[in-house]
Design a protein around this ligand. Structure first.
Ligand code: NAD
Ligand code: ZN
Length: 353
């Protein structure tokens, strides 16, 4: 089979590989559509997870089951499925402790294009098919379904980590596709006011549709100063971090009210330390909580998020700014994600149909 791989840091291309063998609980899946992620850019060009040789990239896809192991109960060849970016080992101790995304070690539930070949390939392997796949609702287009692999669960996890409650004022730092889903999730959870940091018109327009009320540019000076000015010096109840670097935590702590919570889903690709401003952190006693997490994967989560889209309560289509047809365009889409033209939110490559 052919797959689009990271040859080494900074170099990528098509390679030939054996079709993956599946174990008794696994499935072999062929993609119907794949999406490119900022994380693919971190991995390939920034070397964020270290060196990888001939590893097939990609972790966002919607697909069709080709083959299943003899112990798989609920999926069969021909089924169209949602595939989460994170595919935990559900019998691990970490999963039993409630942190399935770290099954087998920190961040180890993230397997595609990290510890094993990813989804930019004619076929890919899914471990624990009954635990990780979900049936694709009939009314969801495979292109939109790719947003359920990572963007929706990650953006929503930021909302969970920040523990957004009815009536909360919420600041979302970064409104790329993940931050946009944090805006949507905060709105669904009953936020009364959503401030968003971001200026690209295409993102601002989408953020308005998802429920953001006011916008801030990080190029106009410190985020904290702007937020405090907009809130009469009071700050906000919750902060979700979905963009920027280590320095965003300083702003996040400064604008948080006592008792507030920060939910970070941003991938901190550089810098050795996250600094917490001592005084604004209540000299250590401010009850300002900082949570950061990898998105939860798994079937239950995928089924629930799939229902949200199929019922019409969440329209993910505003995230899809570019659709390409066929593998021939995969590289173009990947390079586009790296170069981030101003009208880009998320590029998707349709493989069939
Ligand atoms: P993106 O690059 O499309 O969006 C990030 C946005 O932040 C951009 O629009 C950028 O302009 C903006 N930004 C840059 N500097 C900023 C600053 N100082 N303040 C505010 N905004 C700033 O990426 P994305 O796809 O939306 O993903 C967001 C982050 O989440 C990435 O780091 C990605 O790797 C990470 N991620 C994490 C998980 C997880 O499970 N936790 C999953 C997927 C992606
Ligand atoms: Zn992703």
């Amino acid at each position: 089979m052919k797959g689009y791989a990271m040859l080494k840091i900074g170099e990528s291309g098509w390679i030939e590989k054996e079709v993956p063998a599946i174990g008794p609980m696994d499935a072999l899946v062929k993609p119907l559509a794949v999406a490119i992620c900022t994380s693919d850019v971190h991995t390939l060009w920034e070397g964020a997870i270290g060196e990888r040789h001939n590893m097939i990239l990609g972790h966002e896809a919607c697909g069709e089951v080709v083959e299943v192991g003899e112990l798989v109960r609920d999926f069969k060849p021909g089924d169209r499925v949602l595939i989460p970016a994170i595919t935990p080992d559900w019998n691990s101790l970490e999963a039993q402790a409630g942190y399935s995304m770290h099954s087998g070690g920190m961040l180890a539930g993230w397997k595609f294009s990290n510890f094993k070949d990813g989804v930019f390939s004619e076929f890919f392997h899914v471990n624990d098919a009954d635990g990780n796949l979900a049936h694709l609702p009939e009314n969801i287009d495979p292109v939109d379904a790719c947003m359920l692999s990572d963007m929706v669960p990650t953006g929503f996890h930021g909302v969970e980590l920040a523990d957004v409650q009815f009536g909360d004022s919420v600041l979302v730092i970064g409104i790329g596709p993940v931050g946009l889903m944090s805006v949507a999730g905060a709105s669904m959870r009953g936020a009364s006011r959503i401030l968003a940091v971001g200026t690209r018109p295409v993102c601002v327009e989408a953020a308005k549709k998802y429920g953001a009320d006011e916008f801030i540019s990080y190029k106009d000076g410190p985020i904290a100063d702007q937020v405090l000015a907009m809130t009469d010096g009071k700050g906000v109840d919750k902060v979700i971090v979905a963009g920027g670097g280590v320095e965003t935590f300083e702003d996040a702590v400064k604008v948080l009210k006592p008792g507030g919570k920060i939910g970070n889903v941003n991938y901190l690709g550089g810098g050795d330390f996250v600094t917490i401003p001592r005084v604004e952190w209540g000299v250590g006693m401010g009850h300002k909580e900082i949570n950061g997490g990898l998105m939860p994967g798994g079937r239950l989560r995928m089924e629930k998020l799939g229902s949200l889209v199929s019922s019409g309560r969440l329209d993910v289509h505003h995230l899809v700014s570019h659709v390409f047809d066929g593998w021939d365009h995969l590289e173009e889409a990947l390079f586009m994600m790296r170069d981030k033209p101003r009208d880009l939110i998320k590029p998707v490559v349709r493989i069939e149909g």
